[in-house]
Ligand binder design. Structure first.
Ligand SMILES: NC(=O)C1=CN([C@@H]2O[C@H](COP(=O)(O)OP(=O)(O)OC[C@H]3O[C@@H](n4cnc5c(N)ncnc54)[C@H](OP(=O)(O)O)[C@@H]3O)[C@@H](O)[C@H]2O)C=CC1
Ligand SMILES: O=C([O-])CC(=O)C(=O)O
Length: 272
């Protein structure tokens, strides 16, 4: 049975832990860490099989786990990822935006090879990455338009320097248009999906991102368009937000659970 260390005990981390505890993921959750001691304690309280709460993120991978699952933040990825690989543990990353910094990507990619370990990036809140990966050499344009309720965009760094007041938006409003690289840095908890698309396709400086705040929607919608010599692909994913964290879609959590289940199972693997 695989042993899992969990970094981040928020909306996603809690659901992953519960999926392990219920047996849906055939694994043992042995260690957890969150910057918020309250959140880690609250999570452990919910579990029948109680993991140990460690004192810092590095202690997750210095313990005998097989994989560390990051469901915390881009800062957590920057801070803890390399030590996970150096400690010869696999790593699953949900805050994928951190990997659009080429120096971080290169260091982690080299570390995977040096320590013979793997980083898993679940498809998260989108679908279609199998197709994008397959046609990437023939891809000429790639874009994602994300529409969320203003409350799902609250707290993003973008608003520190913008005149836009989310509380005053009363109809569908484009609040950002640019490339994925800039988008994930200005909206670190909202648009990690643009990083997944970039890494699967033509890179973060060619992947276009539009973010729309719509007070009349109850969904987190991602519309993806890819065009090139292969033809054209469009995907629209209309996600219900998680009930605890409206920034995060239910699909992102289910995708994390499925990726970890696959990692922990000896099973037939379906899809690209
Ligand atoms: N790849 C994808 O498609 C998607 C990725 N995500 C990303 O997944 C991550 C988890 O999402 P979710 O669970 O909904 O987020 P939450 O905010 O609900 O939970 C994250 C938890 O991690 C804690 N945390 C943040 N930074 C650190 C750190 N450096 N070390 C330890 N703990 C930390 C937070 O504490 P505190 O609250 O005190 O900051 C919080 O308790 C987020 O980064 C989110 O943006 C989400 C949806 C889709
Ligand atoms: O969950 C979503 O819809 C997308 C999201 O927050 C992200 O990519 O960071």
């Amino acid at each position: 049975m695989k042993r899992v260390g969990l970094l981040g005990c928020g909306a996603m981390g809690t659901q992953i832990a519960l999926a392990i505890d219920s047996g849906k993921i055939p694994a043992t959750l042995t260690h957890v860490y969150d910057d918020s001691k309250e959140k880690s304690a609250l999570l452990v309280e919910k579990l029948i099989n109680k993991p140990e709460i460690v004192e810092n993120s590095h202690l997750l991978s210095s313990n005998p786990v097989d994989i560390v699952v990051e469901a915390a933040s881009q800062d957590a990825v920057r801070d803890a990822s390399l030590s996970v690989l150096q400690n010869k543990k696999d790593l699953m990353i949900m805050s994928v935006g951190a990997l659009l910094d080429e120096s971080i990507y290169d260091i982690l990619s080299d570390a995977c090879k040096d320590f013979k370990k793997t980083i898993y990036l679940p498809s998260g809140a989108i679908a279609g990455l199998d197709g994008i990966k397959s046609i990437k050499d023939e891809l000429e344009s790639l874009s994602i338009t994300t529409t969320k309720h203003p409350r799902s965009l609250k707290g993003a760094k973008f608003f520190e320097t913008s005149d836009i007041n989310l509380d005053e938006i009363n109809s569908s409003t484009v609040i950002f248009q640019g490339m994925a690289k800039e988008a994930v840095s200005l909206f670190p908890a909202n648009i990690n999906v643009a990083a997944l698309l970039s890494l699967s396709g033509i890179g973060s400086e060619k992947t276009k991102v539009k973010i729309i705040a719509d007070p009349n929607t109850d969904k987190n919608t991602h519309h993806i368009e890819a065009e090139g010599k292969f033809g054209k692909m469009t995907f629209t994913i209309e996600n219900y937000p998680d009930t605890i964290n409206p920034k995060t879609s239910r699909l992102a959590i289910l995708s994390a659970i499925e990726t970890l289940r696959k990692y922990c199972s000896d099973d037939i693997q379906i899809g690209t």
